[in-house]
Design a protein around this ligand. Structure first.
Ligand code: AMP
Length: 279
């Protein structure tokens, strides 16, 4: 695997690939890689000649400086994992390679920006669109792969690609879970053994909602889910929402895709998860 830390060297390398008419698949990450990330790499490998992964803990998407500081960084282990699956290229730049001092960014994304994660993490999606736009400009991939795990992020990035007419195809990959159902996440490293047990209420409740989706009202399902999660020791519910999969507003009779999304603090760690209920 070739590892680059500067835009210039990465772009020189990718130019040869583009000149040879090879397709580029791109998987942006913040590192602390797990099998969820690896599943994105593997899906990118199936559809492209060359796969580029980036590892960049993006400071502009963290509204809490402590959260940024605490974010796990395991670059050596990440490189070993990427080499094991034969990823072709890693871009691992320092912050100074991506941002100038006091850089400004604002993209008018619409109402979705303020919902769910946006409500709890003000400015988060401005930071996400800022970094993904830069990474797309640097890598210029044919296709970029993102996880359903961050469902709202995928919707926001799709909107950005549409608004800015970016020549990239987006693919959403399924959520990878531990054997007991917990959605894989870099943040799971912070869970204590007891947190880890309590965290299972999230995936279990989402499964229960999926199983009962055809027989119960959305309002009932939401109410029950809120009660169950709220009653779990050590778990502080942020939101549980059954939403329209396109707008992320509360689902109604016109919703063609419906998704249940949850965020909660388990111990000191904030986790998110979701399940698609109908298409
Ligand atoms: P992150 O490093 O957390 O920014 O995630 C990088 C990419 O991996 C994003 O597109 C995430 O949605 C995706 N991802 C994270 N966790 C999972 C998972 N458990 N299954 C599938 N994709 C995931």
């Amino acid at each position: 695997m070739k590892v680059f830390t500067t835009k210039k060297e990465l772009q020189q390398h990718l130019l040869q690939i583009k000149n040879a008419k090879k397709s580029i698949g791109f998987v942006p990450t913040m590192g602390a890689l797990h099998q969820g990330h690896i599943s994105l790499i593997e899906q990118a490998q199936q559809g492209n000649d060359v796969v580029v992964c980036s590892i960049f803990v993006n400071p502009t998407q963290f509204n809490d400086p402590k959260d940024l500081e605490k974010y796990p960084r395991t670059v050596d282990a990440d490189i070993a994992m990427l080499e094991q699956v034969n990823c072709d290229v890693l871009f691992n730049p320092p912050v100074s390679e991506i941002y100038d001092d006091n850089e400004q960014w604002h993209l008018e994304i619409g109402p979705m920006e303020q919902l769910l994660e946006g409500k709890s993490r003000p400015g988060h999606y401005q930071g996400v669109t800022q970094v993904v736009a830069k990474l797309f400009n640097i890598v210029n991939p044919d296709t970029a792969y993102f996880g359903q795990k961050d469902y709202q992020q995928f919707s926001i990035i799709s909107k950005m690609v549409e608004l800015l007419i970016m020549p990239v195809k987006l693919v959403m990959c399924p959520i990878k879970r531990e054997a007991d159902g917990l959605a894989m996440s870099s943040r799971n490293i912070h869970l204590t053994t007891t947190d880890r047990q309590h965290a299972l209420v999230l995936s279990k409740t989402l499964n229960w909602v999926k199983e009962n989706f055809d027989i119960a009202k959305i309002s009932q399902l939401t109410h029950e889910a809120e009660l169950t999660i709220g009653a779990e020791e050590g778990v502080e519910l942020d939101y549980f929402e059954i939403a329209d999969g396109k707008t992320l507003l509360p689902a109604d009779g016109h919703s063609s895709i419906i998704v249940a999304l949850v965020a909660a603090k388990v111990g000191k760690t904030r986790l998110i998860d979701n399940v698609i209920l109908s298409r």
